[in-house]
Design a protein. Structure first.
Length: 178
């Protein structure tokens, strides 16, 4: 009848069929991960090199990013010789808008445009100049002192028909200058 013992074949079903293939597979199983680890460590350890043409880490680029935003300038209030006249302040700061009447600014010398403003008084005009009004931004704290802005207001208003006296330096500063 039939033999109940199964017949086994001598061939293997897996990819490794010989002892030589087994040795090579074990060798690669250790070497490939070690090489991969070495490559990853060298990649991580390498210096950060920016892309070609980038100067983001250059000395000038870094200096531009860390430069101070502002600076403090201390002016001597008793130095009356350095105070600008109303005409100088007008030419340096006010003429950009008031010479051409930009954004509703009254033109220099236009008596009709300055009439109602002059009627409000000198102090109201200086306050508007220092704090801003309408499209005009505040001028206080800029390149010119409040006294110099007042002188420019008197100069412009007098050009429009007012008879304001140009503000003088404070008496304490004048006596300290002597």
């Amino acid at each position: 009848m039939s033999d109940a013992t199964p017949q086994h074949a001598d061939h293997h079903e897996g990819p490794i069929r010989t002892p030589k293939q087994l040795a090579v597979a074990v060798l690669f199983a250790f070497i490939v991960p070690i090489i991969a680890i070495i490559l990853l460590v060298s990649f991580v350890d390498a210096d950060n090199k920016p892309s070609a043409g980038s100067d983001g880490l250059g000395e000038q680029a870094v200096a531009a990013r860390i430069q101070p935003i502002g600076k403090v300038v201390v002016k001597d209030a008793s130095d009356t010789a350095a105070l600008k006249s109303g005409e100088e302040v007008f030419k340096a700061q006010c003429a950009a808008c008031h010479a051409a009447g930009v954004a509703g600014a009254p033109k220099f010398g236009d008596a009709a445009a300055w009439g109602s403003r002059i009627g409000a008084g000198f102090e109201a005009l200086v306050t508007s100049a220092l704090k801003g009004k309408g499209a005009m931004g505040p001028q206080g704290g800029g390149d010119f002192s409040d006294l110099e802005i007042g002188r420019a207001v008197a100069y412009m208003a007098n050009g429009g028909g007012a008879k304001f006296e140009e503000p003088k330096a404070p008496a304490a500063a004048a006596s300290a200058a002597k």
